[in-house]
Structures are given as structure tokens and as C-alpha cells.
Write a protein that binds this ligand. Sequence first.
Ligand code: NAD
Length: 304
Amino acid sequence: MAKLISGVKISAEIKNEIKEEVKELIRVKGVRPGLGVILVGEDPASKVYVANKQKGCEEVGFLSETARMPADSTEEQVLNQIRLYQERDDIHGLLVQLPLPQHINKNKILYAISPDKDVDGFHPVNIGRLVAQQEGFIPATPAGVIEMLKREKIEIKGKNATMVGHSEIVGKPCALLLLNEWATVTICHIETKDLKSHTRDADILVVAVGKPKLISADMVKDEAVVIDIGINRITKDMADEKLLEWRKEDFEKKGSTLVGDVDFQEVESRASAITPVPGGVGPMTIAMLLKNTLQSAKRYAGIR
Ligand code: NAD
């Protein structure tokens, strides 16, 4: 059976470390890290993500503010809110929760955020810094994957790593980070022919697609490390007998459950280590966002 890599446990460790650093930063420099979040519209999942970010900030002693804007806000209004946060000395990191309503040009908004407060790491300047291996902000989810591997003392250097998924915010930066750690990286996407031939070759398999059971046991190398970034909500009517039984409690309480892209129950017996969903990469994302915000506040305070 694979070792379970718990994002709940690792993210709690990271948050404790951040909490201590925050106390020190306030004591020595009088600087309390601050995160500004902009939420446009009423998307239910976005509301949950934003609430979790706020909760994370409170846990570690950050200032956190959320600007909640109506769904019909104009691009100019959102840009204005970015400017307001950007000008403030007590806001060291800011982010705009995605997705944005259709009428708003996502790139125009994301590119308006100063790279030095862009704690999501989505600005092209930060993506360039990642490519050039210079100091900058690394998108939280991919950063969380590497942090998990490191804290679990899983060697990356020299390993074959396959990244399934090539989105700007997850797959591509994650592949780059693995490359920066000296893995030999293969990137797969929706047009990849014979996905299995690439996943079977992976010592480290990272999956970020959004399709339940995309990865079955026969697609995984024996003793591979499997990191499942995918998050899929499965309602009772979508679930098979096995899942209904396994997640009985969730279905009874909430009528749905969360699964990743990997067929966990099958793959668990083949892999050497695996992340669960929920409780794997998910909690790491918030921890790494907080880490980015702390890094920004430290830079503001003149600490490198
Ligand atoms: P996306 O839709 O932008 O990208 C999906 C990627 O999957 C694309 O690169 C696409 O080419 C690839 N793909 C689609 N079908 C495929 C197939 N059959 N075979 C191989 N590749 C295929 O999604 P995203 O924003 O990168 O998110 C991916 C998943 O990760 C989603 O489930 C999302 O909810 C989850 N996610 C989790 C966290 C977290 O904190 N754990 C954070 C961000 C995203």
C-alpha cells in the first residue's frame, strides 16, 4: 500500500511556521502581512475559496480584506479596486479570484497587478522569473506540489516526472518547477496520443486535468509517486457502487463527494506514495499563498 501524503498535516506545519514568522516580523519590524482579495460575482465555488483564504489569513495572523464586487462590475471598476489595494502599504499581496465574469478581460485584469504584489504568480513577469529561475512569486498549487515532495523527502533530481495537464496556472508552472529541480519532464495534454505510454514511464506522476478516474492503475508505474491535483465533485447519481460505499458518509451528509483525477482505490496499491483528494494538494494551495504573502511582506520590511 502506498504511503499517504497528507496535505492537511504538511499545510498545518507550514501555517505554524508562518505564524511564528509573522509574530517576529511584527515584533522586529512592526509589519503585519496583508492580503487583499477581489471577488467579482456570486460564483459559489469562488466564494468558498475566498472564505478559505480569509480563514487561512486569520489563522496565521495576517490582515485580510476582501472586496466583494457585483457580477456586473465593469473592467474599469475592477482595475480601480486593484489600484486601491496596490497603493496601500499594509497590503503586501493581492489577487483577483478566478473565474471572472465573461465581459471582463481576464488578462487585462491579471496584468494590471504589480508583479511585486502578485502573490498568485500569474503575471507574465513572475512566469518569466520562474522560467529564468529568478526570485518571484510561484503559483500556489504547483509550489505546494514541490513543497510536499520536499517535505516527504522524495527525490526529484534525475527522476522521470510526467505532468498531465498544461494549464497556465497549474500544469505548465508545475512542469517547470519539476524541471528546475532537475527531473526529466514530460508534459501531456488533451492532444497527447497514448497517454498511458507517458504515465507508465513516470517515477513521479502529477495530474491536473479535472476528469475523475483519468488515471487507472495500469497507467501507473510500480512504486511511482502519484500527486493528484484534480478536484471533481461527484453527486450521488454520478457515482458507481464502489464510490457510493467508500464515501457513504459524504453522500448521506452532503449528497456529493470530492475525488481527484486518479482512481485512488486502484492506484493506492501500486504507488509508493500518493496524495488523497480531498486532503492532499488542496490545503497546500492556501498554505503556499500565505507563504507568498509573507515573502512579499518581508521584502517590504527589508528582509530578504
Ligand atoms: P484546465 O481546464 O485549465 O486544464 C486542464 C488540462 O487538462 C489541460 O491542459 C488539458 O489539455 C488537459 N486535459 C484535458 N483532458 C485531458 C485528457 N483526456 N488527457 C490528458 N490531458 C487532458 O484546468 P486547471 O485549472 O489546470 O485545473 C486542473 C484540475 O486541477 C481541476 O480539476 C481543478 O479543479 C484542479 N485544481 C486544483 C487546485 C488545488 O488547489 N488542488 C488548484 C487549481 C486547480
